[in-house]
Write a protein that binds this ligand. Structure first.
Ligand code: 5GP
Length: 177
């Protein structure tokens, strides 16, 4: 499959993703039951993961979008910026963050610290994909879907140059970076 002029092959099929999301949804639903949970979906990559997971929780929950992104600043150090955050009081709430991927881990690390400062009673992180060999910061991830290698992935919410998010399977780039 060619995406934005680069070559990709299937890494995880839609069936594999679906089966894993089903398990995660059950674990999270059991854990969050009776806790008036509040879900924060980190846009844009976690959209598909979040929809599939949240539809499987069969009691009412609060769900909000947010947008935290990491970037390299002009001194080549990694920074995280908050582009969108809902105007809600998190004091005493049981918060669950849904994120697409932990690569360096900086985004998850920073958003966990940000949410703890907001006074949540608990803050749990669910990440669909983790690249263990690329993590640069210690991470406490409560739920994850799959551990994968270092190469760039796309599909199921993840983009290549803004395209390919709509693909149902997850693909890995086969070109040398
Ligand atoms: P981190 O802060 O962990 O380095 O990066 C997190 C963000 O970088 C993710 O939310 C995602 O948007 C982007 N990212 C990291 N690795 C990949 C990848 O392999 N594919 C895509 N499409 N995005 C990635």
């Amino acid at each position: 499959m060619e995406i934005s002029g680069k070559n990709f092959k299937i890494l995880l099929t839609r069936e594999e993703i679906d089966a894993r999301v089903e398990v995660l949804a059950k674990e999270i639903a059991d854990d969050a039951r009776g806790k008036n949970p509040l879900f924060l979906v980190n846009l844009t990559g976690a959209m598909f993961f979040a929809c599939d997971l949240l539809k499987r929780i069969d009691y009412p929950c609060e769900v909000y979008p947010m947008k935290f992104s990491s970037y390299v600043d002009n001194r080549s150090s990694m920074e995280v910026k908050e582009d969108l955050f809902p105007d809600i009081d998190l004091e005493g709430r049981n918060v669950y963050v849904l994120e697409d991927i932990a690569d360096t881990g900086l985004t998850v690390h920073s958003l966990s610290a940000f949410l703890k400062d907001k006074g949540c009673a608990t803050c749990k992180i669910a990440v669909l994909l983790v690249k263990p060999d690329k993590l640069q910061v210690p991470l406490k991830i409560d739920y994850y879907g799959f551990e994968i290698g270092d190469d760039y992935v796309a599909g199921y919410g993840l983009d290549v140059d803004f395209t390919g998010r709509n693909l149902k399977d997850i693909y890995v780039m086969t070109d040398n970076l």
